[in-house]
Write a protein that binds this ligand. Structure first.
Ligand code: ADP
Length: 305
């Protein structure tokens, strides 16, 4: 090798060592910044994030932007939590403050109805009583939905047998079915699913109540359970008035009532609440229906948490 070759070799070695050194330095610095960024995100998730000062390098400016972003996120989540607390208080106030006046209106309306009133007044007293009951039901349902939405009430799904749920719904719905001479069939089941018994009973009851309400006298309402691999399905089938296809997506929205049911009582919140409950448990509700052909509402409940 000539002296020139040695010089080139030495220069190459120096360049290689410098490159390795630079790469190692850069790698360590990047790793440190990534670790800091990861810690910032962890702190933001746990709610203990505080912004710190960074140097002027490009990586540090990315770090600083991430810090600003996380800082604004933590402020808005704090504001959100405060807003949520205010809503919770408001709901509690509405629920508490309306309870006594509404029960008083109900009692006085009932007392009026029991009086020997002239015909016109008797009708007005009956209408007053009916409207007061509607108002009471509406406020109760709205408070329930808001409590579910704001997390004041949390669903506690657990693996449970479906038979007690079916029995509870049957007991609740039977008087209304009998009053309309509707045949109520509830099939036995040994299946289990993962659900909150109290709230799911309310959801299934709301659907079964509709089935009885929107089925003419002498009709049939049937409740049955089918198990699939991941879900158990509760079918609530009726021989009632049915629902046109274009209305089917709307019936689960708050306060929606079909123009075809204007003559029957209701406020349009039952299905909204039912869907809220079932989806909060990881399930879903499907409907299959046609006008004058009856309806099948299927409640799918997960078999595992
Ligand atoms: P409500 O029954 O108080 O009106 P819901 O939220 O329970 O409110 O139902 C919304 C609408 O869906 C009802 O007004 C009705 O038009 C329709 N609906 C629900 N269930 C049935 C059913 N089984 N048969 C026919 N229509 C139904």
């Amino acid at each position: 090798m000539s002296p020139f070759d040695y010089i080139c070799l030495a220069a190459g070695l120096v360049a290689a060592v410098a490159a390795i050194g630079f790469t190692l330095y850069y790698h360590t610095k990047t790793k440190k910044i990534l670790n800091r960024a990861s810690k910032m995100i962890d702190d933001a998730i746990s709610g203990s994030f505080t912004e710190s000062v960074f140097d002027e390098s490009l990586l540090s400016s990315v770090e600083s932007k991430l810090a600003q972003y996380l800082s604004s996120c933590s402020v808005s989540s704090k504001n959100l939590a405060e807003e949520k607390d205010k809503i919770k208080e408001l709901i509690a106030d509405i629920s508490h403050q309306t309870k006594t006046p509404i029960s008083n209106i109900l009692i006085y309306a009932q007392l009026l109805c029991e009086q020997d009133l002239p015909e016109g007044s008797a009708q007005q007293a009956a209408a007053l009583s009916e409207q007061a009951q509607k108002l009471s039901f509406l406020i109760e349902a709205l408070v329930k939905t808001s409590r579910l939405e704001t997390g004041i009430i949390t669903l506690a799904p657990k693996l449970s047998e479906l038979q007690p749920l079916m029995d509870a719904v049957e007991t609740q719905i039977m008087p209304k079915a009998r009053a309309k001479n509707i045949a109520l069939k509830v099939c036995d089941t040994f299946e289990k699913a993962c659900f909150d018994p109290k709230w799911t009973a309310e959801a299934v009851y709301n659907i079964a109540d509709n089935a009885v309400k929107y089925t003419p006298r002498g009709g049939i309402v049937e409740l049955s359970v089918t198990a699939f691999e991941l879900f158990c399905k509760i079918d609530i089938k009726d021989s009632g008035i049915g629902i046109p296809e274009d209305e089917q997506p709307k019936i689960f929205t708050r306060f929606y009532r079909s123009p075809h049911v204007a003559g029957s009582e209701g406020v349009g919140i039952g299905l909204y609440l039912a869907r809220k409950i079932v989806s909060g448990e990881g399930g879903y509700i499907k409907v299959s229906s046609a006008p004058d052909k009856g309806s099948i509402f299927s409640v799918f409940l997960p078999k595992e948490p």
